[in-house]
Design a protein around this ligand. Structure first.
Ligand SMILES: [Zn+2]
Length: 423
């Protein structure tokens, strides 16, 4: 029998819910590109997927439907999302991961109210793209049972992203900050730092000014720069981005990458603060800003995403763990955000983040060579399932006097490895 390639998938189900429609849209329109028909009027002769809680249908591919997608419950029956259980329901499994159900109403023990990797139901397995692996297995079952080959939309690629908390370490700071910095470096007898400060003032060099280097390394990749605008305290401490030198730098970066907002920690639950930061960046860039990533990856469900949507953000890039590398939503493929409390899909597209420089060095306390090994393993996982790998590096994470000696090599190993695998 000849294998049919990517014809529309037919699904028969007594369930008609926003959750099921959302999950099918992700699998058949975004992960694969075949499309689907749910309960079409005439399907008598078409091979189809049957998704019901009644007994299995031997002529078709049967998935046991748990009650999760027809309910408004936040959490599913654990058996439904256990791939080793006979009650395993692939659609509930995918929905559970993408909706980030486990991140609603959790008790945070983190000072930024963040969800930590230890709280994930899937524990150590966050290092694997669990959703992608199960969806590919499902496609295999569709091929065997229905004789339909599904084609993928995505392929392995590197998404190169940079968060700019501070454009410069020394340059373009107010006189008060500059004098204060000099006095503090002298008192601490920090000779390297003092030398760098002097060079910055006399020659214009600055250790955070790695922009030419970042641009030259990322020109083969899709690139983003997320700009912190908030300047209120030690955590939200951006330089004034309306200064001419910074403006010029931003426009230079914009020629090769997408400029996004880096909402401050102070903008949490403060719509007017977020609106102001976005407006400032938009007026500097003379265009609408549609992409965003939270400073410190501070992200709470559903508040943060509701706030972003209200401000007209269409793409968020914050969904990665600050304290672990890996797949926070079980996939690195982009997907729409589903608001569980409203029980409806939204038009905010989430682009998962897989690895951040600070995670490797500060939270996991890896040495440079260990970091290279860990990130290459993660990249291999993406390559295996043909999905994007998204990296976050700060422009400041090359400065040896701040402990980043040896990390430029880590960065280079990562981007070179990605280039090799994308070729
Ligand atoms: Zn930041």
């Amino acid at each position: 029998m000849e294998t049919v390639i990517s014809s529309k998938i037919t699904i028969k189900s007594s369930i008609d819910s926003p959750r099921l429609a959302y999950t099918l849209d992700f699998i058949f329109n975004h992960f694969f590109d075949c499309g689907f028909d749910l309960n079409p009027d005439s399907h008598q002769n078409l091979p189809c997927i049957s998704y019901n809680n009644s007994s299995s249908d031997i002529n078709n591919l049967s998935i046991p439907a748990s009650s999760y997608l027809s309910s408004t419950d936040i959490l599913p029956d654990p058996e439904a999302i256990n791939p080793d259980s006979p009650a395993f329901d692939i659609f509930s499994f995918v929905f559970y991961f993408l909706s980030r159900a486990e991140e609603y109403d959790f008790q945070s023990d983190d000072s930024f109210h963040r969800f930590t990797s230890a709280k994930s139901h899937f524990g150590d397995q966050i290092s694997k793209p669990l959703v992608d692996i199960q969806v590919l297995k499902f496609a295999e079952a569709i091929r065997e049972k229905l004789n339909i080959n599904l084609t993928r939309r995505s392929t392995f690629t590197c998404i190169h992203t940079v968060d700019i908390d501070q454009f410069y370490a020394f340059k373009n700071k107010s006189l008060k900050r500059t004098i204060g910095g000099f006095v503090s470096s002298t008192l601490k007898a920090n000779v390297n730092n003092l030398k760098d400060r002097k060079n910055s003032l006399t020659k214009g060099d600055d250790p955070y000014d790695s922009f030419d280097f970042l641009q030259s390394q990322s020109k083969d990749f899709t690139s983003f720069y997320f700009i912190l605008v908030g300047n209120y305290d030690k955590i939200d401490n951006a330089l004034d981005i309306t200064q001419n030198e910074i403006k010029d730098q931003l426009h230079l970066l914009d020629t090769q990458a997408t400029i996004g907002l880096h909402p401050s920690v102070s903008s949490r639950n403060a719509d007017s603060v977020l609106a102001k930061e976005k407006q400032t960046l938009e007026s500097v860039m003379n265009k609408k800003i549609l992409h965003s990533r939270q400073h410190f990856l501070q992200l709470n469900f559903p508040e943060t995403y509701r706030q972003l949507i209200k401000q007209g953000i269409q793409h968020d890039h914050s969904l990665g763990y600050h304290d672990a590398i890996g797949f926070r939503a079980g996939t690195s493929n982009p997907f729409y955000w589903f608001d569980l409390n409203k029980n409806q899909a939204t038009e905010l597209m989430i682009h998962p983040l897989l690895a951040m420089d600070v995670t490797l060095k500060k939270y996991l306390q890896l040495q440079p060579d260990q970091a290279i090994t860990q990130v290459k393993k993660l990249i291999n996982q993406c390559k295996e399932v043909d999905a994007p790998f998204s990296l976050l590096w700060h422009n400041s994470s090359f400065y040896e006097a701040e402990g980043w000696g040896g990390w430029k090599e880590v960065y280079l190993e990562i981007v070179n490895y990605c280039r090799e695998l994308s070729a």
